[in-house]
Design a protein around this ligand. Sequence first.
Ligand SMILES: [Zn+2]
Length: 67
Amino acid sequence: MSLQEDVTEWSCGACGGTLEIVKVGFTYMKGNFEVDLPACNGCGLVLVSEELATGKMADAERILEDK
Ligand SMILES: [Zn+2]
């Protein structure tokens, strides 16, 4: 995964600001997870690609099933 590097080449679609990786917590199927997502420095918009979100959800399901 080279998300950290890729994100520096993106800019915010809403305000044109630069993006940085932030930790975003969410609750899914009674589990709490933290994911690193690109967010805008300027307006705070958090970008979640469908591919990324689906991948993280799959990871979350795997974690839960392992218990
Ligand atoms: Zn922005």
